[in-house]
Design a protein around this ligand. Structure first.
Ligand code: DOR
Length: 438
């Protein structure tokens, strides 16, 4: 009789070529077989009847703040939040305190996550004007998902804003670069106009559509000229989404769950808890983001999980810290969008598993197929539940989606064959490892 370490029995599997009711057999942390495994045995068999089995979902955009402020977030707490929310791998941003911009800082982080990370983790390295010469070597570390460039300033001190430096970054190395695209000059020029403060919705006026579009046009011109692939993070405007359709030779596109789920009414409802960069905008942009999900312009969806203390979020605008928690609520919100008919489950998997694996070149991830890592997000599409702050594992303790009722919930998270979360409980010890990249 064939034996496996684990069998997921009878779930509706979202395979790259369509949905099928099947068993999945796991051996040594990898998918060993998919099909009718009725004659096989395993010490652990999980009944998945009535549930959907997805490849492990990836959040390619999180800020885990480690090193930084443990009262807000750490790698242990943020990856626990990820696992509780049905995420099996996160790609962690470099704007920590201090930033991750050098080989020793990267090595320290790699050593630190052993035994502390609940999910697998890829590392961004930050570009700074002082480390451009090192970037080509830094991006060759196997666990680096990408170089991250803040071409417009946000939280932290990372910034490469001028064309000459951006071109040098693009000519240093070969892999796809991930960009925060807002035009720094326009941001700074407009800042004095808002110095007196005012309602939080002014955030979207200060960092307006033109800031984002101008930033993206400049990056696309340089990417074409240098031939260096680009990934434009958190695209937030209808104008950029239309523009980027003509740059598929060099550009891939991320959209955030926030920009698919919230419009500018959120400023009146949530105050500082709606402030992020690039800003939440009006319904026209949200509709354009959904159209771009439907027509294939979008490659990845992320949360831009960016925790801050309540005190920092409650400072009067424009001193309000920008950034929203989200790694734990990403999957429930996206499943709710599936239930509302805004996208199919197949497209969700394309955007949240296959997409990030393809864009960043993750090894063995993103695909429910033989030989790939046995990472699974098992979801109950019928389960209805209210998102509550008591569920949030990040020490900062808040979510902008508190009180929202959603349909569709991750009920199990399996990491390389180990059941890491079942029905709201994390299981065993942290088993996360670095994700490797081609
Ligand atoms: O809102 C944001 N918060 N946008 C970013 O680009 C950075 C992030 C953070 O680190 O707080």
């Amino acid at each position: 009789m064939t034996s496996f370490d684990l069998i997921l029995r009878g779930g509706t599997c979202v395979l790259p070529w369509g949905e099928a009711v099947a068993d999945v057999g796991v051996k040594a942390g990898r998918i060993a077989a998919i099909g009718d495994l009725g004659g096989a045995s395993a010490p652990q068999v999980v009944d998945c009847a009535g549930l959907h089995v997805l490849p492990g979902l990836i959040d390619p955009h999180v800020h885990l703040r480690d090193p930084g402020d443990p009262a807000v977030e750490t790698i242990p707490t943020g990856t626990r939040a990820a696992i509780l929310g049905g995420i099996t791998a996160v790609f962690d941003m470099p704007n920590t305190t201090p930033s991750i911009t050098s080989q020793p800082a990267l090595e320290e982080k790699r050593a630190y996550i052993q035994g502390k990370s609940w999910c697998d983790i890829g590392f961004y390295v930050g570009a700074a004007k002082s480390n451009i010469a090192d970037l080509a070597a830094l991006e060759l570390n196997r666990d680096v998902c990408a170089i991250k460039v803040f071409a417009g300033s946000s939280t932290g001190d990372l910034l490469v804003e001028d064309d000459a430096s951006l071109e040098r970054v693009m000519r240093s190395g070969r892999r796809r670069i991930a960009y925060h695209s807002e035009d720094e000059y326009r941001l700074q020029a407009r800042k004095p106009l808002y110095a007196a403060g005012g309602p939080h919705r002014l955030h979207a006026e200060w960092r307006d559509v033109e800031c984002a579009l101008l930033g993206t046009r400049r990056l696309m011109a340089l990417a074409r000229e240098t031939g260096r692939p680009a990934h434009i993070l958190h695209v937030s405007t209808a104008e950029e989404l239309a523009y980027l359709k003509d740059f598929r030779d060099v550009a891939t596109v991320e959209v955030l769950v926030n920009h698919l789920s919230q419009t500018d009414e959120a400023y009146d409802r949530l105050g500082g808890y709606a402030v992020m960069n690039p800003p939440i905008r009006d319904a026209r942009h949200m509709e354009a983001a959904w159209a771009a999900v439907r027509d294939g312009t979008v490659d990845c969806i992320g949360s831009d999980h960016a925790p801050h203390s309540r005190a920092a979020k409650e400072r009067p605008w424009p001193a309000t810290a920008a950034g929203l928690t989200g790694v734990q609520t990403l999957v429930p919100l996206m499943l709710d969008h599936v239930n509302a008919g805004r996208l199919s489950l197949g497209r969700l998997v394309d955007l949240m598993a296959a997409g990030p694996a393809r864009v960043y070149g993750a090894v063995g991830k993103g695909r429910l197929a033989a030989g790939y890592d046995a990472d699974f997000t098992v979801v109950d599409l019928k389960k209805s539940r209210t998102i509550e702050e008591s569920w949030i594992a990040s020490p900062c303790g808040w979510t902008p989606f508190a009180g929202q009722r959603v349909t569709g919930w991750p009920v199990m998270t399996i990491l390389r064959g180990h059941v890491a979360m079942r029905e709201d409980e994390v299981q065993g010890a942290p088993q996360g490892r670095p994700v490797l990249f081609h």
